[in-house]
Design a protein around this ligand. Structure first.
Ligand code: ZN
Ligand code: ZN
Length: 304
């Protein structure tokens, strides 16, 4: 069937593919499967290839479920949905970001970490999936996957969802938490998973993020597949998740740490003020000092 290594399996019928940055998950059997998340815009071919390896050609998924609309999770959703003629579902509070009605709250570079640097460089475009995307049913059911239910896990984004299957307690957590340390320079390269906070600069409500993580730990999952990092499996999964959540602390500083952004079904309705950001000033001063030193050196050479 599939050539993916064992560590990518959370159950016989649940496995992940690591695309460029984010994970996607294939859930189900040939003829009855769903895709959870859809990678960056350039990931469609890789996702299709593994789908064909696993399920055979001409076996489209019954649905594409997005944990949230960030570009690393939704980028290929439109292309794949068109190719498969499959519907896309997301939480109603994510719809404005998936239908070209609102930008997400801007990334927060002041929250620190490697991600903070990344947030200075990345300014995502607005995505519009049009009528290919529909809101998830409000009874918690997951279209195309009757054993699963979705849970609203706000915080990273306002309409973030996680997917859970009660029978074997498999949890697909999206970016409600990470299993790689995204604040470390090579965190994504780590060979073993751990539990870590959500992608910090793109998390717009830390109070909600914390209570969502508590709710996920309360599910006592046997295996956790997050949006970033290797799947966390094994007998100690739930205990380790509880330990992580119990000692969790929001970042010490950052735009959304004490005052969350607010959003409704139309998109962002309130943003806390932009905090002072010392880095650009530091860079300007460093460049100016460098230029001055170079000028002095040239002057000395000429007069010497
Ligand atoms: Zn995200
Ligand atoms: Zn992500």
């Amino acid at each position: 069937m599939t050539s993916l290594p064992a560590r990518d399996h959370l159950a016989d019928d649940v496995f992940r593919l690591r695309t460029l940055i984010a994970n996607v998950y294939y859930v189900g059997q040939p003829g009855a499967w769903i895709l959870v998340d859809a990678g960056l815009a350039k990931s469609a071919r890789a996702i299709l290839r593994v789908a064909e390896e696993r399920f055979g050609p001409n076996e489209p998924p019954l649905a594409i479920i997005l944990t949230h609309g960030h570009a690393d999770h939704s980028g290929s959703a439109g292309e794949l949905a068109a190719y498969w003629n499959a519907p896309i579902y997301a939480h109603p509070l994510e719809m404005p970001y998936l239908t070209g009605k609102s930008h997400y709250p801007p990334g927060d570079p002041t929250v620190g970490g490697v991600g903070g640097l990344y947030a200075r460089l990345v300014h995502p475009k607005m995505l519009d999936l049009g009528d290919r995307v529909a809101p998830l049913p409000d009874d918690g059911s997951v279209p195309g996957a009757p054993e699963w239910r979705w849970l609203h896990t706000a915080g990273h984004t306002s309409g973030h969802v996680a997917l859970f299957r009660e029978s074997d307690r498999v949890l697909l957590a999206g970016d409600a938490l990470s299993t790689a340390d995204l604040d470390a320079p090579l965190g994504l390269m780590a060979r073993t998973p751990g539990f870590y906070r959500p992608v910090a600069p793109f998390t717009s409500d830390w109070y909600a993020a914390e209570s969502s993580m508590h709710a996920l730990a309360g599910l006592e999952p046997s295996a956790v597949g997050a949006g970033h990092g290797h799947p966390y499996t094994g007998p100690h999964t739930a205990r380790r998740l509880h330990e992580f959540v119990d000692r969790f602390q929001a970042p010490a500083k950052g735009r959304y740490v004490r005052t969350p952004a607010r959003a409704d079904t139309t998109g962002v309705i309130y943003l806390p003020p932009v905090p002072p950001d010392p880095l650009p000033k530091t860079i300007v001063i460093a460049v100016a000092a460098g230029a001055l030193l170079a000028a002095l050196a040239i002057t000395r050479k000429r007069s010497g």
